[in-house]
Write a protein that binds this ligand. Structure first.
Ligand SMILES: [Zn+2]
Length: 455
């Protein structure tokens, strides 16, 4: 009987699961899988509300506006979604002076038809430093119609160097809240930019690539060598030949360092999974696949990140080419650190021993903001399981609540006055009373608030 490695994996070898875990770095935390109900897990708030509604809850919207709110699980700064959006592709700058505007108008397609252009040129001669917005206001006050095409032309696209300056300043504010790999990559980008501020992000990435690609290729080649050793010593003839074909081809790609035909970790592992093996090869193939999983990913390795986000031309699909734009690189650095809505009791649906399905309710009591990455790292773990693996989380959760209490007492979270108390209850419920948050700092304030509410 011939089987392939994928069916071998379905014998419960576990490598597949390891693979999906590794690649889950930036995937959505929301997953409606059904899992077995963990032993000793007490059903609580068992109503299951529909998907997606929680992000529209007024309380969540309000929490997302809190500046510098630390992550629920690691207490580091989170990036607000609007910050990432503000670093998007359609970056533009306002042209400030009439002179600048008159100069740029001459380069804009379509603008030459406007009768207003001579006025701008004239104004630029008289008073080149006049703010262009003042001049437009001036025209409109004289009841002169200024078409939108002109008003829009007040903006021009940012240059790569301007974008780099803005992006680096923005990301620097969140440096402590970046995930380890992204933080290291950012430090390298920033150091290059400090050396020479006349560079775009993508040209900095190319510099870093040229510096690091050799080391990165060597570290990957070393793993491929180890896979070859495993294949030679333990696989049957046909399977061995196929595996060696894949490793040799990959080594060739690594030696070539060709951005159009780069070595692709995922493709290599997919190809290994397709190798036809005999039943006697199952154990050896499992070891080979586990070894292949150790090839660094861009989420866990600085050089892998640089390699992935520095290629100017990356083949995608059949012959299509994409470029890594400056904003794509910057947004990718920030993405794992963006705030996301965490379900304290997992949103996953559990199957109980009597066959019922229970899941967490999308209510504010069960929700809090955490980094996308921290949220994803916890995955479907119950709070107890997660805290056993991350003993530091307890301190972070307390810090998160302390921060919220300060905000509430400063009057910035109207409507969420009872939230710390609700969180205290939820965390206590989810840990069988073992984690009781200290909310004494808000006790007096809350008592007054509740007394007023009654009247
Ligand atoms: Zn975090």
């Amino acid at each position: 009987m011939k089987i392939n490695a994928i069916s071998a994996m379905s014998y419960g070898l576990g490598a597949k699961r390891a693979a999906s875990k590794q690649s889950s770095a930036v995937t959505s935390p929301i997953n409606r899988e059904i899992m077995e109900y963990p032993k000793g897990y007490i059903p609580y708030q068992i109503n299951f509300a529909g998907g997606g509604s929680y992000s529209k809850l007024p309380g969540i919207k309000l929490l997302k506006t809190v500046k510098e709110l630390p992550c629920l699980y690691c207490a580091e700064k989170m990036v607000q979604a609007k910050t990432i959006q503000s670093l998007g592709a359609s970056e533009s700058v306002v042209i400030k002076t009439v002179k600048e505007f008159a100069d740029s108008l001459s380069k804009q397609a379509g603008a030459e038809n406007s009768k207003l252009i001579p006025r701008f040129v004239e104004a630029a001669k008289k008073n080149p430093l006049m703010p262009v917005t003042d001049f437009i206001e001036n025209l409109e006050s004289k009841k002169i119609f200024v078409p939108n095409s002109i008003k829009n032309a007040v903006k021009r696209p940012m240059t790569g160097i301007e974008y780099a300056q803005k992006a680096i300043n923005t990301v620097a504010e969140y440096e402590d809240g970046l995930m380890p790999t992204e933080r290291q990559v950012f430090k390298l980008i920033k150091a290059e930019f400090d050396k020479n501020p006349k560079q775009s992000i993508s040209s900095i990435m190319s510099t870093l690539r040229n510096r690091n690609i050799g080391d990165f290729a060597n570290s990957q080649t070393k793993i491929l060598d180890e896979i070859e050793e495993l294949a030679k010593s333990s696989l049957s003839k046909r399977a061995k030949e196929r595996v060696l074909f894949e490793t040799q081809r990959s080594k060739g790609l690594l030696r070539g360092n060709n951005s159009q035909y780069p070595f692709k970790r995922k493709k290599f592992i997919d190809n290994l999974n397709r190798v036809q093996i005999a039943p006697s090869d199952v154990d050896a193939m499992q070891m080979i696949l586990a070894k292949a999983e150790t090839i660094p990913t861009s989420g866990k390795d600085v050089n892998a990140f640089i390699a992935k986000y520095s290629n100017r031309n990356v083949p995608r699909g059949n012959g299509g080419f994409v470029t890594r734009s400056d904003s794509e690189i910057i947004q990718r650095i920030l993405d794992p650190s963006v705030q996301s809505v965490e379900h304290i009791r997992p949103q996953v649906t559990f199957k109980t021993s009597n066959g019922n399905y229970v899941g967490a309710k999308d209510v504010i009591q069960n929700l809090a903001l955490a980094h996308k990455q921290c949220n994803s790292d916890r995955g479907h773990l119950t709070l107890e399981q997660y805290m056993r693996m991350n003993p530091k989380a307890e301190e972070s959760i307390q810090k998160h609540v302390d921060f919220l209490i300060k905000e509430i007492k400063a009057g910035r979270l109207r409507g969420l006055e009872e939230y710390p108390k609700q969180l205290q209850e939820t965390f206590s419920n989810e840990t069988g009373g073992r984690l009781v948050l200290d909310i004494s700092e808000i006790k007096e304030y809350l008592d007054k608030f509740l007394a007023n509410k009654k009247h």
